[in-house]
Design a protein around this ligand. Structure first.
Ligand code: SF4
Length: 377
């Protein structure tokens, strides 16, 4: 895919905005461009006339050339557990989903946690067999603005402050590398008062070159690898990208990410009945988890029957409650730091792996949900 252009206006980083405002077009000093930057991303102005610290002629010049974009909210579904799924319409009429997940933990501090799961592509080309988004195929990459606006619109409409951000919605973030990195520079810049680096996680299916490049960006956000299998045979069945980048290659890149950033890595592991839930799987997973400081998020499989799955996808079943618990115990006994990832939003098809632009009332899953107590993070 060809390198995306620098955004015309909204979505530019501080340096990119300075460059634009210093050009003959505006001939503005750098402190003026910093003011514009803060109006856009910290104060979230929606009109240039709101930028009252700017001289009127500059406001007018900007307004004559640019508009500040918004995202149209087409639908919001709310789960019994408080999770909200937003269906956004983009300028070209395409749609994406974004999920706001409240904390399920009981301490006062954790109760204030609001995690937003953002999308980075319309659809996804990677065809992971457990993922509803795969059924959409790739339509296009999101722009930097469209990534940022998911946060802005959710905060504006819910009047909630997002405390944690995960790039785990629709799409593979590393396949929209430039726009994701640009959005992260803005999000983690203290001047935009958005989020600290430690509160942002980017999840990838494992693209080694991009993982290494990402480590060198200096962003130092958290990285999560969608692992889901500990042998190449099974991982290739579940995630065809594994054929191109087999486990040894991906895990070597993860090691490099740790060496460069010194950030512990998260491994995501969906537990499937009879496929990856045996004692041997747990032993191999523990061995992988020990390679660099890490944690393992074990995730219940959320059925995707509403996408009318075929082939391998049709055979996938969530691990039984007993197997789930045994698997966690085996990992813990092996000294692995292990957590259960939430099933929040399952009833509105907003849980992990379920985003597929389902607009109709959700069809009931055929599997009985596993009820588990969450470990405090
Ligand atoms: S799991 Fe992620 S990478 Fe795989 S198909 Fe779904 S959205 Fe794409």
């Amino acid at each position: 895919m060809k390198k995306p252009a620098i955004p015309e206006f909204f979505g530019r980083t501080r340096d990119e905005l300075r460059e634009l405002l210093a050009s003959d077009l505006f001939d503005a000093e750098s402190y003026r461009s910093d003011q514009v930057y803060e109006w856009l991303y910290a104060r979230r102005a929606r009109e240039f006339s709101e930028m009252t610290s700017l001289p009127r002629p500059l406001q007018s010049k900007l307004a004559a050339r640019y508009t500040i974009p918004t995202l149209g909210i087409r639908h919001v579904s709310e789960s019994r557990d408080g999770t909200k799924k937003f269906l956004f319409t983009l300028e070209d009429g395409r749609s994406i989903e974004t999920v706001l997940i409240p904390s399920e933990m009981r301490t006062e501090r954790s109760r204030q946690r609001k995690t937003l799961c953002v999308s980075t592509q319309v659809g996804c080309p990677l065809d992971c067999k457990f993922c509803a988004t795969a059924s959409l195929k790739l339509k296009r990459n999101l722009t930097t603005a469209e990534i940022l606006l998911q946060i802005f619109e959710v905060e504006r409409t819910t009047r909630e402050t997002i405390t944690n951000l995960v790039f785990m919605g629709m799409g593979e973030p590393m396949l929209n590398y430039e726009n994701v990195v640009r959005a992260l520079r803005i999000i983690t810049d203290p001047r935009t008062e958005m989020l600290g680096k430690r509160r942002v996680t980017v999840s990838t299916s494992g693209l080694p070159d991009e993982i290494r490049a990402f480590a060198r960006e200096g962003l130092n956000v958290k990285l999560a690898l969608s692992l889901h299998a500990t042998t190449d045979t099974l991982r290739t069945r579940l995630m065809p990208i594994n054929k191109k980048y087999p486990l040894p290659t991906v895990l070597a890149a993860i090691e490099d990410y740790y060496k460069i950033t010194k950030q512990p890595v998260t491994y995501e592991y969906i537990l499937f009945e009879g496929l990856n839930d045996t004692p041997s799987d747990a032993a191999r997973l523990a061995k992988i988890a020990r390679r660099v400081p890490s944690r393992v998020n074990v995730i219940p499989f959320h059925p995707i029957d509403f996408t009318h799955p075929t082939g391998v996808s049709r055979e996938l079943r969530p691990a039984s409650e007993a197997n789930f618990r045994d698997f966690l115990s085996m990992l813990r006994n092996a000294g692995v730091s292990v957590f259960i990832r939430s099933s929040s939003g399952k009833d509105i098809e907003a849980a992990c792996g379920q985003l597929a632009l389902a607009e109709l009332p959700p069809t009931a899953g055929t599997q009985k949900p596993i009820e588990l107590t969450f470990s405090a993070e």
